[in-house]
Design a protein around this ligand. Structure first.
Ligand code: AMP
Ligand code: MG
Length: 392
């Protein structure tokens, strides 16, 4: 059995970007990572731009200017100002080449076409220089940048419509268990409703992974072997739920072994999620997650997400961590590291009641996990604890 830290390191070291890239429309690039540096083909702003509503001036020694015209945003107009002349100007409008400062309208007064300046004006005041944000030919965003709203908007503001990105992996979820019924059906004695498939697929979807297929198999060696064989061939990442413990009807480990999946680790000294398996077949990544739902979801956040973020080229991925003051006591039993569902808010964290790995209720309320290392002891109220923020 290995430690949490070692398991994270093994996942990180063995998850490499899918070397394939693809060109996509920027409008569809949410959650993708840039495969190459993106160079701007324009200056931004593309002209000297007024940062204020006011007056563009050709400066001189007096505080009095004569107004000779107006330039508003979008005008394709570049009037020539002599020394001591001004034009009315608005935010975003092109500043005439012959103007060398813009004064805010709040700092002026008017008498017909004569403008009086009521404050000190310095050269280049309130003018956004041409190319202030980026110059033509400069790198706008580098390879490895994950695209969200601002990044997509930034590249769009440079006139870019297509980008080259790392491919997102295709992911198969394989759910095992004879006891599992579909929500909506009547439960027979001995059955429970299956919930890991929807949990994992929605967690993936929320993080921008939508190439996900769901497969189900009963606790039977041959069927498990056959299904795993197919999904490992067809997908980049396989997430198995259940069937990886030591029970007589847990066939996933044996099937993966027979399929020549290289075991990189099996069992992590953690609670929940001890029977976690991580392996590889060529470049294919395989996780076998414990069937208990809360354990499966903890393992998803701690390990699966790290692997798939690295696969899409996001080398800098890690969940956000912080320290917080606990409002709860917690008695730690045993020497396993623990992930405790919790609610974090402004430096304070509440560890929730009901940490059992079979229970999803607390996860449904949690926005964080308190992490207790193997050597950590019990928590007392007011103790400072380590908090992992969930990406929800
Ligand atoms: P296993 O890891 O297969 O031994 O399953 C551990 C526990 O998780 C058992 O109580 C299962 O009934 C439950 N379980 C397994 N798979 C699922 C699932 N897909 N949805 C809900 N509970 C599950
Ligand atoms: Mg099972």
């Amino acid at each position: 059995m290995i430690s949490v830290e070692k398991a994270i390191q093994i996942v990180s070291n063995n998850s490499n970007p899918v070397t394939k890239s693809k060109g996509i429309n920027l409008s569809s690039a949410l959650g993708y990572v840039l495969f190459e540096d993106v160079v701007s083909l324009i200056n931004m702003p593309p002209f000297r731009q007024s940062a204020m509503d006011g007056y563009a001036l050709n400066l001189h020694n007096s505080k009095t200017y004569s107004i000779i015209g107006e330039v508003k945003a979008g005008d394709n107009y570049n009037p020539t100002l002599k020394t001591g002349e001004a034009v009315r100007i608005f935010t975003g409008a092109p500043v005439p080449d012959s103007a060398n400062a813009v004064v805010m309208q709040e700092k002026t007064s008017l008498d017909n076409d004569t403008l009086f300046i009521e404050s000190q004006v310095n050269l280049n005041d309130n003018i956004r220089p041409l190319g202030e944000q980026i110059l033509d030919g400069q790198i706008a965003l580098t390879e490895g940048t994950k695209l969200f709203s601002a990044g997509i908007a930034y590249l769009t503001s440079l006139g870019i419509t297509k980008v080259k990105v790392y491919k997102k992996p295709s992911i198969a979820i394989v759910v095992t268990g004879n006891e599992l019924a579909e929500a909506g059906e009547n439960l027979q004695y001995g059955q429970i409703y299956e919930s890991n498939a929807i949990m994992l697929s929605i967690a993936l979807k929320q993080l921008g992974y939508d190439k996900v297929s769901i497969h189900k198999v009963e606790d039977n060696y041959d069927s498990t072997f056959q299904l795993l064989n197919v999904v490992i061939n067809q997908h980049d990442v396989v997430l198995v739920s259940g069937g990886i413990s030591v029970g007589d009807y847990d066939f996933v480990g044996k099937a993966l072994n027979e399929l020549d999946v290289e075991e990189l680790f099996y069992k992590v000294n953690q609670k929940p999620g001890k029977p976690l398996f991580f392996g590889k077949k060529e470049e294919k990544i395989i996780f076998a997650l414990p069937g208990n739902p809360a354990a499966a979801l903890s393992c998803f956040y701690m390990y699966v997400l790290l692997a798939i973020e690295k696969i899409i080229g996001n080398n800098n991925f890690s969940l956000h961590k912080t320290k917080a003051t606990s409002t709860s006591d917690f008695i730690k039993k045993g020497e396993r590291a623990q992930f405790l569902k919790a609610i974090y808010h402004e430096g304070v964290v509440e560890i929730l009641e009901g940490q059992n790995s079979s229970m999803l209720h607390t996860f449904a309320l949690a926005n964080a996990m308190v992490y207790l290392s193997e050597t950590a002891t019990s928590i007392n109220k007011e103790d400072e604890v380590e908090v992992i923020l969930l990406p929800i």
